[in-house]
Structure formats: C-alpha cells, structure tokens
Design a protein around this ligand. Sequence first.
Ligand code: E4P
Length: 230
Amino acid sequence: MKLYLDTANVQEIREIHALGVLDGVTTNPSLVARALRQAGERFESENAFYERFTEIVREIASIVQAPVSAEALASEADAMVEEGRKLAALSEHVVVKLPISEAGLRACRALADEGVAVNMTLVFSANQALLAARAGARYVSPFLGRVDDIGWDGVELVRTIREIFDVHDLDTEIIAASVRHPQHVTASALAGADIATVPYGVLKSMIQHPLTKIGMERFLADWEKAKQEL
Ligand code: E4P
C-alpha cells in the first residue's frame, strides 16, 4: 500500500518527503484554509486567495513529483470541468478531486475522457465507489474516519470496495482517506486499499514504538559501557 500525506502544509510535506516514504499528497479546501491560517496569510480578494491555492498546489507538486490531489470548488458540472482543466494544467502531477454527485460524475467522465486523472472524494458507500469507477475516476476516496464517526465501519467499506473492484476488474485505485490513527493505516493495508492518505501526526506516530526507543537507549548505553571497559 502506498502512502500519501493528507495536508496542504508545505513544511510538513518537505519533512515527510525527506524520509523517502511519500508516494503523493491529498489536499482539500479545509486543509488549504488551515495551512493558510497557520501561516497567518491574509488576502484582499477571492481571486488572490484562489491564486495562492494554485501556487501551493504547484509548490507541493514540485516537491513530491508524485500525484497531488487538488479539489475543484465549482458545484456545477461544466464549471467543474473548466476548473479541473485549469488545475490539471498546473502540473503533470495534479489529480483533480471531485465530489461524488451527479455533477461530479458528469465532470469526472468528461475530464477522464480528456486524460485528466480524477480522485472522486466524499465517498461513503460501495455504490458511490462503483459509480466513480464507471465514470472513469483514477482514484476513489472512501472516508473511513467519518464513516466510523456515524457508528459504521470505515475499514469494512474499504474491504467491500476492494472486493467489488477485484471481482469486476476495475482498475480505479482505492485511497483510504479520513484516516485518524495508525491502526486505520494497518487495517486499510489489510483491507486492500491501494493507498492510505495519512495526516502528518498519524504518519509521525507510525514511526514510533516504545520498544524501539527503549532498544535504542539500551544499545547506546551498552556501547558506552563497553568503551569504558576497554
Ligand atoms: C482526503 O482526501 C480527505 O479530504 C481527508 O482525508 C478528509 O479527512 P477528515 O475526515 O479528517 O477531514
């Protein structure tokens, strides 16, 4: 299973990219707004705000040189297609994120037919995933954390989508999204997700294990002791 970072924070992306484990990045409007708020950036107009968003997408793509999902904000199909073309033109690595809806499906089919990669987002059911695949989406993003939030089983949703895609030979890749903790990552890998998109904090905690820390401390202490006994 590949690992994406789920953030629009460029510092976080640089740091995790340097670890050599990053296969891509996903952003969404909430993540972009949060990154700009954290950076204390202010804008004089909506155009300037959108322009900054496109700059961030370009910067992320140039860092990771791998798929970067950027969400179209238009709500009507033709406008989604137009916006999707503009986003795709920012970098060869941009994947246009579209919500699953009638407009989203129409736009997905039109963009896919033009060779633009689409990540269909806000997927909460196997049927939505099936529709996204039929509309030519390169990726489908089931939101497992949000599914768990309403008392259903997000990992089970990933497993069901995997089975349907395998039985019907659909090559749309499954991105386990809305990942909340390291256990979600392990469970997504076992459930057959192609990719998990992971928040910075979750990825950092995946590195840690208390026994690793204790082991490193013990090795160093033994080494120091051995040096003193020379
Ligand atoms: C990624 O593509 C999604 O936008 C993201 O994982 C949503 O996560 P959240 O449910 O924690 O907002």
